[in-house]
Design a protein around this ligand. Sequence first.
Ligand code: PLP
Length: 431
Amino acid sequence: MWQRAIRSLPGGNGLLSKRPDRYAPDIWPSYFSKSSGVNVIDLDGNTFIDMAQMAIGSSILGYAHPELINSVSDSIKDGVNCTLNSPEEVLLAEKLLDLNPFAGGVRFARSGGEAMAMAVRIARAKTGKDKVIFSGYHGWCDWYLATNLDNKNGLNDHLIPGLSTMGVPAGLANTAIPFIYNDIKSFESIIKEHSDAGIICLEGARYDFPSKEFLESVSRMAKKYKMIIISDEITSGWRMTDGGVYKINGFNPDIVVYAKAMGGGFAISAVVGTEEVMHSAQDTFMSSTMWTERVGFVAALTTIEILTREKVWEHLIKIGTQIGDGWIAIAKKYGLKITVSDFKPLITMKFHYQERNQALVTLFIQEMLKRGYLSATSVYVSYAHTEKIVKDYLIAVDECFFIISNAIENNNEDILLDTKVRSDSFNRITP
Ligand SMILES: Cc1ncc(COP(=O)(O)O)c(C=O)c1O
């Protein structure tokens, strides 16, 4: 199916993170026929347990969560799009204002990248300034990719290295300036150099949890230079609180952006901001037919209801900690050099074998596939992951880390691989 895909779809699909070249290119199952809980059935009828991406973080409740599926199915019967507005748009906006007490306005989109483009547009409309200082990944739009116009390696420390600027207007050069997350020195030197910027944009959390001092510095500088702070909670949101990670950090952004988990796998994203900033949404044209379709709103209302009613984030943190502690203990047993992230609900390990990393990670994915797991170096924990599932998973990890430690010792990971080596970069795919 993937070989067919790359003939009809340039690049194979619409999302880099679902391309097989990021896992174990020649043996990754690539397509699913059914999914439920943490189980995924591929096109050949093989069942895998998802200890990897859970729909790149969007299926926070697990696949096909019955309450969510039922509420969406019920709403579909009454029609999904109409000449008149869907009242759920208002209900969801009110719900988000309740959960984000600093905020006075909300606008919806469908994907994360779109919502970030909207947030930046609103903030630019408010400040009248073009330049954005940022850290982290924020999607596919021009405002963000413009970073690499100034330096083709500008995004290398921000999740996806090597993103191309083809098609991004050259006139956007010097409008998106990166700094290193959680690094006060990098942040303060960039902000002093670019004090004409109007926006500071950063992720709620990714690998590291931001330090109090770092966030204090961001708040202080934003105030000093009259900049708008956008907290991108597209990946971090709903995984540690009833909303953004900003809430536990005592951080005060002007805009918070949610997507992914908020819809439990359905398409919905939101820009939530202070009354003052969000009023600028009326000074700029942002309008799209499918931003008003009903299913996304219903899905988000039900997902948020389940997340808050059952405090799902407590489960995610507990399970993420179990996975991270398990990795560390097994790595220690076999003398493997790994480090594990602070951010438990998206628990991530890094191998430290320089140029051998990619082959060793590919070997890990290959061996886990043989044992019935979709795996990677991160796990987006979901509500459907149980302690028992993790216990069994760690037994498989133990076997695979043993294989990896032998490969390191014998320098033979290339021989053990039944597939090409994976890649993290944005690569052109040719049929
Ligand atoms: C922090 C962050 N911002 C923005 C995006 C883009 O969201 P989407 O893929 O829904 O366009 C992502 C996606 O991974 C993300 O993690």
